[in-house]
Every structure is written in structure tokens, then in C-alpha cells.
Design a protein around this ligand. Structure first.
Ligand code: FA5
Length: 341
């Protein structure tokens, strides 16, 4: 009986030696050690043996079973290691290759400009106030001294919603009314950054959506000199210490007097170039002293309070700063453009 087991062991081990991959090793395992394998089958014969031979038969069967099982584990491990090694040799990884850099995002140029503007005005004591983009006709026009049919409304055509009188704001100025009504009769010093919408032809300088930053300062002794000083301080902080500022008279229904502010051209310093169209000056904002009607609509007594307001366009300012020649680039989502800032 010993020889039957020894013979089986020898045969099985020799066969295992010839198994070259995992699937043949597993087939071998099924053949010998599986439920219907040779060892299991041979063990069934134990009952046919004389009683005294059974223990030896059993012991020998277990020894061979264990030996084959150990050999199976060792062979499988060996084959797997060889496979890994072969893979490493054929699919070698070149650890000296440079890695793929993680692409870093960046802030949109308008966001960068908005943040820079906010920072400068914050340092001058202006708080930031956010006002709604969906407005009513009353606040966007009427309370700003533009009753229905006022000719100035023609400058600010907008998108109307299906609800009569509800529209997308054409400028950040309606925010003035909200701030005044919330704070009256306290003095005010705020800026209101945000998106505005206009129904107008898109050109290289005009978009149908664009940011504005409104400024509003109200107190009992606020004068035009304060407006001028604030604008000059801002222009020099934002564009450079030697900037010259020029003030022209203008017209807005909600300010009196109204002005427009130009800065000497950042490219030619006033000599005249293509950016400033030969004038030497670049327009940076509209401004003025808050109209008494607007003060009253905000709750302030125009006999006691005065104020100044201004409104600038960060996209146009960013265009000046980086000599960008087409405003449509801002919302075109072209990474080749955006990655330059
Ligand atoms: C106004 O909107 C006034 N509310 C500004 C103001 C506020 C005056 C407070 C007085 C007191 P205006 O329409 O000029 O004014 O627009 C102001 C700025 O918004 C412009 O100088 C420009 O920089 C920007 N802007 C206007 N229209 C567009 C447009 N279509 N695309 C991009 N920027 C624009």
C-alpha cells in the first residue's frame, strides 16, 4: 500500500513540474486534490482493507495529501512571481520619465480685476454690498430719476422677464436705492460689484452681460472734492502712481452734476496711440453727485445729506490693463485666452 501512495506522489510531483502557468496548476490541483481527485477517490478504498492496515494507509494518505497541497501552493507562488518578473521586464516602467503635472486652475481675469478693485476700496473704508441682478423697472429706472418715457432710458435697453416690470438690471445703480433704504439715515460708504445686462449689439467693446462696480458715499459733508480724491487715489493704486486723471462734464439722470472720468493712456502716457485712438486719454468711469431726487427716494433728506456715486466697468478696465482688443474673449471660455492671466 505504501508503494501506491509513493507512486502517486512521485507521478503527481513530476506532472506539477511540467505545469507552466496558473491554469494548468489549478487543473493539476483538481485532478489530484479536488473533490473527485485521485487522492479522494483512493481514500474511499480504506474500507476494503483489513483493519490493521487502515491506520498506516490513512497516515500515508494524509502525508501525501499534505505534501501535494504544499507543492501546489509553492508552485502557484513560483509561477505568479515569474509572471510578475516577466511583466516587469516586458512592460518596463521608465521611472526617469517626467510626471504629468497637475493642471492648476486660475481666476478669471474679470474676477482678478474685481478683487483688486474691492481690495483698494476696502482699504479706503468702503464696504462691499451685493445687490440683486433681477430688478424691477421702478428701482432700475424710476427711483433713479428716470420716469417712464424718459429719453435716457434709451441708453439702457434690457432683457425683460415675462412678468411685467421685472427685468435684468442694466447697471449696478439700482443697488444705490437698496443700500440707502437699508441704512438711512446713517452715513454710507459702499461699493457694489456685480453683473449687468443690456440688450445691445455685441461689439469689440460691448457685451450683453458685463460687470460693473458701483460706488456710493453719503454723508452730511460729502463734496465733489471727495469724489475727485477718491477716484484719483483709486486710479493711482490700480494703474500706477503717476497716472493723470481728467474729468469731463457729462449727463446721468441720477447724478447732478455728472462727470466722466478719463485717465492718461497707459500705453502711450498721453502722447496718442491706437489704444486711446490718438486722444491720449482712456475713459474709466461715469460718476457724479447723487441727485436730490435719488437721495429722497433712498430716504435721505437732500437738504442735510449729500453724496457721490460712480460706476465703472471691470471688463473695460481689464482690457486697458492687458491691452485686450476684444471684449467677447471674456465669456468665450477659450483656455488659450484665459491661461494668459
Ligand atoms: C452707467 O451704467 C451708470 N450707472 C454709471 C454711473 C454710476 C454714473 C453712478 C454715475 C453715477 P454707463 O452706461 O456709462 O453708465 O456704464 C458704466 C460703465 O459700464 C462703462 O464705462 C463701461 O465700462 C461699462 N459698460 C457699459 N456698457 C457696457 C457693455 N455693453 N459692455 C461692457 N462694459 C460696459
Amino acid at each position: 500500500m505504501m508503494s501506491q501512495w509513493t507512486e502517486l506522489e512521485k507521478r503527481a510531483l513530476a506532472e506539477l513540474e511540467n505545469c507552466r502557468d496558473e491554469s494548468s496548476v489549478r487543473a493539476w490541483n483538481a485532478k489530484y486534490l479536488g473533490k473527485q481527485g485521485e487522492i479522494t477517490t483512493a481514500l474511499k478504498d480504506i474500507g476494503k482493507l483489513p483493519k490493521e492496515e487502515r491506520p498506516v494507509f490513512g497516515q500515508e494518505a494524509n502525508r501525501v495529501k499534505q505534501a501535494l497541497s504544499d507543492a501546489f501552493d509553492a508552485r502557484l507562488k513560483d509561477i505568479r512571481e515569474k509572471e510578475i518578473e516577466a511583466n516587469l521586464n516586458t512592460d518596463a516602467i521608465d521611472v526617469t520619465l517626467p510626471g504629468r503635472p497637475a493642471r492648476r486652475g486660475r481666476l478669471h481675469p474679470s474676477t482678478q480685476t474685481l478683487r483688486a478693485i474691492c481690495r483698494i476700496f476696502n482699504e479706503m473704508g468702503f464696504q462691499i454690498y451685493r445687490s440683486r441682478e433681477v430688478e424691477d423697472d421702478l428701482t432700475n429706472f424710476e427711483l433713479l430719476n428716470m420716469p417712464p418715457h424718459h429719453p435716457a432710458r434709451d441708453m439702457w435697453d434690457t432683457f425683460h422677464t415675462s412678468t411685467p416690470g421685472v427685468l435684468l438690471r442694466t447697471h449696478t445703480s439700482p443697488g444705490q436705492i437698496h443700500v440707502m433704504r437699508e441704512n438711512c439715515p446713517k452715513p454710507i460708504r459702499v461699493i457694489l460689484p456685480g453683473m449687468c445686462y443690456r440688450y445691445e449689439a455685441i461689439t469689440t467693446r460691448s457685451e450683453i452681460m458685463f460687470h460693473q462696480v458701483e460706488g456710493l458715499c453719503i454723508g452730511t459733508r460729502v463734496t465733489m472734492t471727495d469724489l475727485k480724491g477718491t477716484i484719483i487715489a483709486f486710479a493711482r493704486r490700480f494703474f500706477g502712481a503717476n497716472r493723470q486723471v481728467r474729468i469731463r462734464s457729462s449727463y446721468f439722470p441720477f447724478t447732478e452734476p455728472s462727470i466722466e472720468v478719463d485717465m492718461d493712456c497707459i500705453v502711450c502716457s498721453g502722447k496718442g496711440c491706437s489704444l486711446c485712438k490718438g486722444t491720449g486719454w482712456l475713459e474709466i468711469m461715469g460718476a457724479g453727485m447723487v441727485h436730490p431726487v435719488v437721495l429722497k427716494n433712498g430716504g435721505y433728506d437732500p437738504d442735510r445729506f449729500t453724496g457721490f456715486a460712480f460706476g465703472m466697468g471691470p471688463e473695460r478696465i481689464t482690457m486697458l490693463l492687458h491691452a485686450i482688443d476684444d471684449i467677447r474673449q471674456f465669456w468665450a471660455n477659450d483656455l488659450r485666452f484665459l491661461q494668459q492671466f
